[in-house]
Every structure is written in structure tokens, then in C-alpha cells.
Design a protein around this ligand. Structure first.
Ligand SMILES: NC(=O)c1ccc[n+]([C@@H]2O[C@H](COP(=O)([O-])OP(=O)(O)OC[C@H]3O[C@@H](n4cnc5c(N)ncnc54)[C@H](OP(=O)(O)O)[C@@H]3O)[C@@H](O)[C@H]2O)c1
Length: 274
């Protein structure tokens, strides 16, 4: 049986935007106990401030962090990998494992820089981790088993919703939910601008557009009904919504979203060297 997250001592390497968001969510949800959360950042004063802010503990070096924890979350940037992996590898003991959120870094590349047999889990969250609504995909590297992916799932469930995928689909995930917040921002902006064009203030229009997007997303999640069915339910024959939908289809919005997700996924594959 898997260990529970709350029994785990977890160390974060790099507590910038994402690292701190995950730490904050996990501690607020009781997923990680503050006394079991360790952070290390290249800026020691920053690490200490983050630790203090969440009741966690700051380590003075990679070795100090690794000594105190059961597993490590790599939440620094991909470009810092080469400076972090060697000292991390030196510090790790058998039984410890690594979860990475570094975009575009394969489990194979991570494992190659770590001691033989170190389990590795790769995770792709998105920026909504900062508001507890991340869409996160989780995949296991060669040495990881369910005990590792279960803990990863438990951790990321504290900052949103999770799915498990095979690693070959992570570029697709990056195209959909990694880049997706920007696509949604554009849709909200376009709706808000349209509201302004027909007389609302931007503040009114933006509130209405963002809340409408949030509400529609919640209906899809909570009712578990195909979005096409929900769309049909709110579209009266000859009514306002039918008139609007006709314009969206004429503007090829569906095709534009499909092309955007495909292009972002393809770019992710190129950047990852795949
Ligand atoms: N942001 C997103 O929406 C998002 C989404 C999915 C995945 N990710 C992944 O999440 C990871 C973190 O992204 P982020 O946006 O949180 O970046 P970030 O805000 O720059 O955080 C990275 C942190 O790591 C620190 N750092 C740099 N070099 C280090 C080293 N050698 N050892 C320890 N700490 C070091 C940075 O310090 P300095 O600021 O001094 O460099 C910073 O505090 C990345 O791998 C990214 O691919 C991010």
C-alpha cells in the first residue's frame, strides 16, 4: 500500500513561482505538514523567507535538503538542471526519488543524471497552481511505480486536478493545458472587448466574461456531461445563443483552437529535441 503524503518529508529545489505555489497549496490542504517541508533555493534569503511564510524549513545546501527528506521536487528551471543534478545525485541515498516539473525534460534525461535506479516522476502542471486550479498531468519514469505516482497525484491534487498519462503524451499536454491558460485569457479578453464594443465598461465586461468561463468550466466538471450536450441544452431554436454560435462557427473558432493546441504541442516537441 502507498504511503500517505502527510507522512512524507518533501524537499523543494527552487521555490520560485511554481515551487512556492505547490508548497503553499500542499501545506494549506494539510497534504504536507509544515515541519516535513524543506526548501532550497539558490537565493538563500529567498528560501528562508518562503520557508518562514509557510512554516516550512530552509536548507543551506542540496545535501542538507536531501538528508532531511524522503523525496525531492525539482522545481527550478530546466536551464538550471545541469548545475543541480550533479550535487543532487551525490546527495541522494537509495530509496529516495525525484519528482520533476521541469518543462521539456524527459525522465530519461533526469534518470541519466541521477544514481542508477533512482525513481523519477515527471509532472506537467500549469500556472493555475497559484490559485489551486492547476491542470496537471503525471507520468512515471522507468524506475517509478504506483507508490511514487500516487504520492505525486496526492501532491498535485492539493493545487488542482490531475490526470495520469504516458510520457509520450506530455507534448500534447503542454499544448493543451500547459499553454491553455493563455488561450483562455485570449478568449476572455475577446469576450470582454466585445462587451465594451456594445456598451459595457471593461471592468463589467471582464468580470462577466471571466465568471462565465469559470462557471462553464465548473458545469462541465461537476455534471460530467459532454460539452456538446451542455451547449445544446442552452441553445434554443432560433434564439440568441444559436445566433452567436453560428458566428463562432463561421469564424472557424473550433478549427483555430484545434490548430493552436496542435501548434503548441508541436513546438513543445521541437524544444524538447523530440
Ligand atoms: N510557470 C509555469 O506556469 C510553469 C508551468 C509548468 C511547469 N513549469 C516548470 O516549473 C519550473 C519552475 O518554473 P517557475 O516559473 O516557478 O520558475 P521561477 O519562478 O524562476 O523559479 C525557479 C526558482 O529556482 C531558483 N533557482 C535557480 N537556480 C537554482 C539552483 N541552481 N538551485 C536552486 N534553485 C535555483 C530560482 O532563483 P532565481 O530566480 O534567482 O534564478 C527561482 O527561485 C520550471 O522547470 C518550469 O519548466 C512552470
Amino acid at each position: 500500500m502507498s504511503a500517505e503524503l502527510s507522512s512524507q518529508r518533501v524537499g523543494f529545489i527552487g521555490v520560485g513561482f511554481m515551487g512556492e505555489a505547490i508548497l503553499r497549496g500542499a501545506i494549506a490542504a494539510g497534504g504536507i505538514l509544515p515541519k516535513n517541508a524543506w526548501v532550497y533555493d539558490i537565493r538563500q534569503d529567498h528560501a528562508e523567507a518562503v520557508a518562514e511564510g509557510h512554516g516550512a524549513r530552509a536548507a543551506g545546501s542540496y545535501g542538507d535538503l536531501v538528508r532531511e527528506v524522503d523525496w525531492v521536487v525539482f522545481s527550478a528551471k530546466p536551464q538550471n538542471l545541469d548545475e543541480i543534478l550533479p550535487p543532487l545525485a551525490d546527495a541522494l541515498s537509495p530509496g529516495q526519488w525525484v519528482l520533476s516539473i521541469a518543462a521539456g525534460v524527459s525522465t530519461e534525461r533526469l534518470a541519466a543524471g541521477l544514481p542508477d535506479g533512482t525513481p523519477v516522476v515527471r509532472v506537467m502542471p500549469n500556472l493555475a497552481a497559484s490559485v489551486g486550479e492547476a491542470a496537471t498531468a503525471i507520468c512515471a519514469g522507468a524506475r517509478a511505480d504506483d507508490s511514487h505516482t500516487d504520492l505525486a497525484e496526492e501532491l498535485f491534487a492539493t493545487v488542482g486536478r490531475t490526470v495520469r498519462v504516458e510520457e509520450k503524451y506530455l507534448d500534447a499536454v503542454t499544448g493543451l493545458s500547459g499553454s491553455g491558460p493563455a488561450f483562455m485569457f485570449l478568449a476572455i479578453e475577446a469576450m470582454a472587448d466585445a462587451g465594451v464594443q456594445i456598451g459595457l465598461t471593461f471592468e463589467q465586461a471582464c468580470l462577466l466574461a471571466a465568471q462565465t468561463a469559470l462557471g462553464a468550466a465548473k458545469v462541465v466538471q461537476e455534471r460530467g456531461v459532454h460539452p456538446a450536450v451542455l451547449k445544446t441544452q442552452v441553445t434554443s431554436p432560433g434564439g440568441t445563443t444559436a445566433a452567436g454560435l453560428q458566428e463562432l462557427e463561421a469564424g472557424a473558432v473550433r478549427a483555430a483552437f484545434a490548430a493552436a493546441v496542435r501548434a503548441a504541442a508541436e513546438r513543445s516537441r521541437e524544444l524538447g529535441g523530440g
